[in-house]
Design a protein around this ligand. Structure first.
Ligand code: NAD
Ligand code: USQ
Length: 412
């Protein structure tokens, strides 16, 4: 299959590109390298050393004998180049990872709110228009998020895969209707994913585009069987307060002796998936597209749910790390239940990789190997959902200084 991977230099896109290439698919990456540029702006870096994309691709050729193409295009602003590329490449499928994906970054300032909306909504809409405009029949697989459903809305009812059957009362009795699950985003970033859903519904209905929207949980882990082959292929590892996600952050913090940064009570329950399952799910989705004329196919791409505090306690029990309870910088429910249907991926053959000590130590080993690259000042999340929610400087200093006291071996 000829596959165009939008955002193929990122945390999910790079290992997916390698996995699909390894499986014999013909891969071209489109990326504008904005994620690397945001790191420069934020004065942070991936904990793992990631080489320039050209060197990554050369290393993959040396290791596997396979070529991966790369085009430097901004999906949100370079429409004509996108359309020309689709016409030239005639891909069978497009995998769309190319969005600004951090909730805290999206809430930092009016500039990052506007950037996130402009980038994400335009990127998705440009892709859909370009497919319609060029007549290229590629199936689209988009990385959406579990966060479109929100947390706590459905109480103890399991979250369905995209659609909800509702009863509409009429004078003649109830009418049954299937609707898109109500959107309940918790950040500007998550809001862009709910807007994407409407774009997909329209272009599937009006233009017969074949679209799969993967409502993915929080991805954890670092390496896949392909990225592990050579240090130049290593996946990025975000640990900073904006881009680091909770489980990888806790594992990294434990490895360097930093207290685990639980927001609020830690009663938030979230869905998780290991990066090795992410790449498998993408291939499964590519092999099972909807038909033209069908509504977008929504698959919940997660394998397990965990409460933040339970994760912190688990990691603390294994590693001896302290737990720091920080004022929550986000506006989110302190506690929520979360039961999620993922029957479709299971039926299509996904064998879930679940949390295990072995896997946890794979990440702590990586964090330990690259601990010298960690900037301790960047760990605590400083982006707040509303002015006045900032963590006090005193508490920041207290927690940030703690590693010096509790790091394994006595050193930060
Ligand atoms: P990432 O930031 O590491 O990768 C995104 C890539 O897209 C980057 O390489 C970036 O340079 C590129 N990009 C962004 N805007 C672009 C544009 N306008 N033109 C061209 N390239 C552009 O993010 P990730 O963690 O790999 O996430 C990929 C997708 O998966 C995102 O859409 C995200 O919302 C979704 N997702 C991620 C997670 C997670 O835990 N990481 C969980 C659920 C869903
Ligand atoms: N949290 C902590 N401590 C931390 C970091 C986070 O307690 O140090 C808490 C947050 O307050 C939140 C939960 O952990 O309640 C999850 O936060 P996160 O940063 O791990 O995840 P989130 O902001 O939801 O975003 C990530 C990805 C995003 C993806 C989403 C999937 O960055 O791209 O869409 O996970 S989901 O959460 O299922 O919507």
């Amino acid at each position: 299959m000829r596959v165009l991977v939008l955002g193929g230099d990122g945390f999910c896109g790079w290992p997916t590109s390698l996995y699909l290439s390894d499986r014999g698919h013909d891969i071209t990456i489109l990326d504008n390298l904005s994620r690397r540029k945001i790191d420069i702006d934020l004065e942070v870096d991936s904990l793992t050393p990631i080489v320039p994309l050209g060197d990554r691709i050369k290393a993959w050729r040396a290791v596997s004998g396979r070529d991966i193409g790369f085009v430097h295009v901004d999906l949100a602003t370079e429409y004509d180049r996108l359309a020309a590329l689709l016409t030239e490449l005639q891909p069978d499928a497009v995998v769309h990872f190319a969005e600004q994906r951090a909730a805290p970054y999206s809430m930092r300032s009016q500039q990052t709110k506007r950037y996130t909306v402009d980038n994400n909504v335009r990127a998705t809409h440009n892709l859909l228009t370009a497919l319609t405009d060029t007549g290229v029949q590629a199936a689209v697989v988009h990385l959406g998020t579990m966060g479109v459903y929100g947390y706590g809305w459905s109480g103890s009812a399991p979250i369905p895969e995209g659609y909800l059957t509702v009863k509409v009362p009429t004078p003649d009795g109830d009418l049954e209707r299937e609707i898109l699950h109500p959107a309940n985003p918790g950040s500007v970033y998550h809001m862009t994913k709910t807007l994407d859903q409407l774009l997909f519904a329209f272009y599937a209905k009006n233009d017969g585009l074949r679209i799969t929207d993967l409502h993915q949980g929080i991805v954890w882990g670092t390496q896949t069987n392909q990225t592990i082959g050579d240090e130049r292929l290593i996946n990025r590892f975000d640990y900073d307060g904006d881009y680091g996600t909770v489980l990888n952050r806790f594992l990294m913090q434990a490895a360097i002796g930093h207290p685990l940064t639980v927001h609020g009570t830690g009663g938030q329950t979230r869905a998780f998936i290991h990066i090795k399952d992410t790449v498998r799910c993408i291939e499964i989705a590519l092999s099972n597209p909807p038909q033209a004329g069908e509504k977008p196919l929504v698959l919940n791409q997660m394998t397990e749910t965990h409460r933040v505090l339970d994760l912190a306690k688990l990691i603390s029990d294994i590693t001896g790390a302290d737990i720091a309870y920080l004022p929550n910088p986000r506006r989110e429910a302190e506690e929520n239940e979360l039961i999620v249907r993922n029957d479709q991926f299971l039926a299509l053959g996904l064998e879930p990789t679940t949390l295990s000590e072995g896997l946890l130590s794979e990440v702590t080993d990586i964090a330990d190997r690259y601990r010298h690259r960690a900037d301790l000042r960047k760990i605590i999340a400083r982006s707040v959902w509303k002015a006045g929610m900032e963590t006090s400087d005193d508490l920041m200093t207290e927690v940030a200084d703690a590693p010096a006291r509790s790091a394994p071996g006595g050193e930060a």
